[in-house]
Design a protein around this ligand. Structure first.
Ligand code: ZN
Length: 494
């Protein structure tokens, strides 16, 4: 009997775990329960992999973090830490399937070399509740990829807690894009790339990191994908040409790419093409395209790990130690750079390829309003919504002690205008800066120094004129009242 058990278990071990979607020949997606069994079988099979529960969804489903390391995850400081996460949008199934395909590839002996240099955390499904109903949003009907600044949702909080624990040097957020819409159909042509990839665009992300991303990584990954049979292009929403300009995505910091990029991380978004009317259409090719993009990122990081690691470390150090008074952009706009975009498209009806020259192409983001970097901010302790935000972002805080060489500034809101932000109209207050002459009671305030990794995120969140600030969210709109003082104070050098 014992012999039979041993024989049976070695038989089981010798069988490679097969992804449920593969077993079903991609006629259905991998369900939450099937995913868990699959992850257990991978975990049992490989000494590289530990499956952790990194949090829970609104409905209590586990969020899994697949921690790949040849030693103890995060312990070997010479290794570069990579975080890849997929399916924040529950109806974008190919990211999750691609991540699970990747996991089964990574435990194969021929891929073990990657972990000589890399510790990888792979989160295949950030939004299991949305996935169950194949819907974009989570069970609170919140778009998780617009929630990375306010962090009201358990799914985004779990992801950021994981990031904060290991401070990954490289991150990638995996999505799908839809090339099908009424406006593109009217235009007559649409995009047809298997995979599109975008880097960080906010102008306050380190210029060195953005340059490496755009000039080295993007050309590398495009040819990597092409050699393996997948078409790709830079992630460029907007359009159709003649109707609206084409840009390199948003510079907002509330998404998975930019909220981590703003901490001077080598950070990307990858979007596979979704199906026309069914999320199952062409699912195998789509999942394999997503997996190949993720493999390409790992290969690039393996080849360039030392350079990226050194750059990220020095750019983060500079970010933390920057002097008060430095300019920080809080309003920006998409600008042309004199180049026209050659955009390969297909005819909506015939499916024939064509090349369109886009005249109104705005690949550059330029600052239109700066503030000076303060020493820190004072948050009124009585403001539950602000204190809650500080806690959710795990910011470093101190009790406040007034210093002789510093002064306190307060914003008065003189009027509330509006401003166009990528087609949306948002608040744009007119403010006057006043020095507070009377002392404040230290115990009424919490001090947030900006000398921390999230400094630019803090400035962008708390400045009242920030296009990306908390005041642009309904939950925080009442912080801005015409004729009143803005409740968050600035500490600046005298
Ligand atoms: Zn998405």
């Amino acid at each position: 009997m014992l012999l039979m058990c041993v024989a049976l278990s070695s038989l089981l071990l010798s069988q490679e775990p097969v992804l449920p979607a593969v077993k079903h020949n991609f006629t259905t997606v991998t369900s939450y329960d099937e995913m868990w069994s699959f992850l257990q079988s991978l975990d049992n099979r490989s000494d590289l992999l530990t499956v952790n529960i990194i949090g829970q969804s609104v409905n209590g489903k586990n969020l899994y973090g697949l921690m790949f390391s040849s030693s103890r995850f995060g312990n070997d400081k010479s290794k570069i830490r990579v975080l890849i996460f997929a399916q924040q949008h529950g109806n974008e199934q190919s990211g999750k399937e691609g991540a699970l395909l990747l996991a089964s590839e990574l435990i194969k002996p021929e891929n073990r070399y990657l972990f000589d240099k890399i510790d990888l955390a792979l989160v295949p499904q950030v939004n299991p509740d949305g996935s169950t109903f194949n819907q974009r949003r989570n069970a609170h009907t919140m778009d998780l990829n617009r929630n990375h600044l306010i962090l009201t949702e358990p799914e985004t909080r779990a992801l950021h807690a994981l990031f904060d624990e290991y401070l990954f040097e490289v991150t990638m957020d995996v999505h799908e894009y839809s090339p099908y819409s009424d406006s593109w159909e009217t235009y007559g042509y649409r995009k047809d790339f298997d995979v599109t990839i975008g880097s960080t665009t906010n102008p306050i992300v380190s210029g060195k990191i953005r340059e490496l991303s755009d000039n080295q990584y993007l050309p590398y990954i495009f040819s990597y994908l092409m050699e393996r049979g997948f078409s790709s292009f830079v992630y460029c929403p907007g359009g159709p040409p003649g109707v609206s300009y084409i840009r390199h995505s948003t510079f907002d910091i509330n998404d998975g790419r930019q909220s981590l990029g703003i901490q001077n991380t080598f950070s990307f978004i990858q979007e596979g093409m979704n199906g026309t009317d069914s999320f199952l259409e062409n699912l195998q090719h789509r999942a394999e395209g997503q997996m190949t993009g993720m493999q390409g990122l790992l290969e690039y990081v393996y080849l360039n790990g030392d350079r990226i690691k050194t750059m990220v470390a020095s750019e983060r150090k500079e970010l933390i130690s920057a002097a008060a008074g430095q300019k920080v952009s809080i309003q920006s706009e998409h600008m042309p750079n004199g180049q026209k975009l050659s955009l390969p498209l297909v005819n909506y009806r015939t499916g024939k390829d064509t090349m369109v020259i886009v005249e109104d192409y705005r690949p550059v983001v330029r600052s239109t309003h700066d503030v000076t970097r303060p020493v820190g901010y004072l948050i009124p302790r009585e403001s539950a919504e602000l204190i809650g935000w500080v806690q959710r972002q795990s910011l470093i805080t101190h009790p406040f002690k007034a210093k002789k060489n510093q002064k306190i500034e307060q914003y008065g809101i003189t009027s509330i205008d509006s401003i166009d932000f990528e087609g949306d109209i948002i608040v744009n207050p007119e403010v006057e800066v006043k020095e507070m002459k009377e002392g404040i009671s230290s115990s009424d305030y919490l001090f947030i120094p900006v000398s921390q990794l999230k400094c630019n995120l803090i400035i962008l969140a708390l400045e009242p004129k920030s296009m990306l600030g908390l005041v642009t969210y309904p939950q925080y709109a009442r912080l801005l009242m015409k004729g009143e003082n803005y409740p968050v104070l600035r500490i600046v050098p005298k």
